[in-house]
Design a protein around this ligand. Structure first.
Ligand code: GAP
Length: 447
């Protein structure tokens, strides 16, 4: 983990928040490379969950909500952690995570347990009084529940269907740590899948399986994932069944994504508290009922940490250490780097033309600093799948070299075919495509 944290800082993935002031615990900033990685992870999820499915729609609801939402959802009463404090060093700990009844830091005695609500409070308007209290949402889910009827009335979806959302959430965690694993401000990607009561177990299993496969499709190794079905006593206050997809993080197995069968808890609670009906009219069976809900919920940072850990690799090449992120092409922050062999004017102009052709299609970097070997290493550390090298021969034959990150194989491709070749490779095809009118050819065939 230490190596990962330092590489992430050195290469512009992730920095401690408010770094120049000594940081703020549980808060992190994404740098120029990290933001590309984050956008790609969110986009992959949105594409697969919302855009590629007929039974899903997206929303983007506000972070601040009427406080009665949190009363109805049970968060004011139940979103609590058991807190203990060391009588000696005054560090605070989550009681249910301690192995022994003493302070893990100094061994001091601990206070009695007390329950601590982990929602952040703030105030609407200038007067800090009870009536003005609002909460920073600890989950995005409630924004989807309270919009259930709005979506049913406007999106013309029949059950089963889902509402999906990505957005910030805040939890005043007692202990944070393990880099971006447990933080106080994070983004969630979650959806509420509404089903006919009685069919929830089938859909729960369906989504467990879908979500488990999703990580593997994006390159996570199967043996680094496992499913943990929760016992009744470990379920959140709203759940009737639940399971976690766990990842083998450097500090051990930990929750990556939670999948909960929430029954009709939330819609029923909102109907009771607001006085508004949350029933659905099933026009096939002519019944009115409150749908049940299956909810897969994933922290963007947890997903990023799993993708970083899984892609990280060290190998020795020509007696030198090569550090590389083997990111899946959809996740890689930079897709292509254009590297002119020298800064000489005619070569630079040629390489800039190539760069201008590629950058509308891919997140592309232009790098003309240092020796070419060092530039390859730098791109390996960013996880860039393809480097395009322009050399003096390119000026003669209009060909460029594509260097592939994982195999380090190099192939010569006509400059006019670069864009289509990279487009094909970055869509997962193993073909090199010549410009219009040309033949399609495979690696090893130089005809
Ligand atoms: N709406 C359901 C819900 O929020 P959760 O299990 O409390 O469920 C869902 O959280 C996911 O959010 C977790 O599986 C994890 O990926 C992420 N998550 C939760 N707390 C987090 C924290 N303090 N820091 C980073 N990610 C967190």
């Amino acid at each position: 983990m230490d190596k990962l944290v330092s590489l992430c800082q050195r290469r512009g993935f992730i920095f401690p928040s408010s770094d120049i002031y000594g940081g703020l615990s549980g808060c992190w900033d994404y740098g120029p490379i990290g933001i590309e990685l984050k956008r790609n992870v969110k986009e992959a999820w949105w594409r697969d969950i919302v855009q590629q499915r007929d039974d899903m729609v997206g929303v983007d609801t506000s972070i601040l909500m009427n406080s009665r939402v949190w009363e109805a959802s049970g968060h004011i009463a139940s979103f609590k952690d058991p807190l203990v404090e060391c009588k000696n060093c005054h560090l605070r700990w989550k009681a249910d995570e301690l192995k022994e009844n003493k302070c893990p830091s100094c061994g001091g005695a601990l206070t009695e347990e007390r329950m601590f609500n982990t929602m952040f409070k703030t105030f609407i308007g200038p007067v800090e009084e009870d009536a003005a209290i609002v909460y920073l949402r600890p989950e995005t889910a409630q924004g989807m529940f309270v919009n259930f009827q709005n979506v049913v009335n406007t999106a013309r979806k029949r059950l089963p269907f889902g509402i999906a959302q990505q957005g910030s959430a805040f939890r005043n965690e007692i202990t944070t740590g393990n880099f971006i694993y447990r933080v106080r401000e994070f983004e969630l990607m979650e959806f509420e899948y509404f089903v006919k009561p009685g069919t929830q177990d089938k859909w729960f299993e369906y989504w467990l399986n879908e979500r488990y496969e999703w990580y593997q499709k994006l390159g996570i190794k199967k043996n680094h994932l496992k499913l943990h079905r929760k016992k009744k006593e470990d379920l959140a206050h709203y759940a009737i069944a639940g399971a976690d997809i766990e990842y083998d993080f450097p500090m051990g197995w930990g929750e990556l994504e939670g999948i909960a069968s929430r029954g009709d808890f939330d819609l029923t609670q909102h109907a009771k508290t607001s006085g508004k009906s949350m029933e659905y009219f099933d026009d096939e069976t002519k019944e009115h009922y409150v749908p049940y809900v299956v909810e897969p919920s994933l922290g963007v940072g947890r997903a990023i940490l799993a993708f970083l850990c899984d892609a990280y690799d060290e190998e020795t090449v020509n007696d030198e250490l090569r550090v590389v992120f083997h990111f899946h092409r959809d996740i890689a922050p930079i897709k292509v780097a254009v590297l002119p062999l020298s800064r000489k004017e005619n070569l630079a102009a040629f390489a800039k033309d190539v760069y201008d052709t590629l950058r509308p299609c891919f997140t592309t970097q232009y790098d003309d600093t240092q020796a070419i070997g060092r530039r390859y290493r730098r791109q390996d550390e960013l996880g860039t799948p393809y480097c395009v090298t322009i050399d003096f021969q390119s000026l003669e034959d209009n060909m460029a070299t594509i260097r592939e990150r994982d195999s380090m194989n190099q192939i010569r491709v006509p400059v006019a075919a670069l864009k289509n070749t990279l487009l094909a490779k970055l869509s997962g095809e193993d073909l090199f495509v010549l410009p219009e009118g040309g033949k399609i050819w495979k690696q090893g065939n130089d005809g």
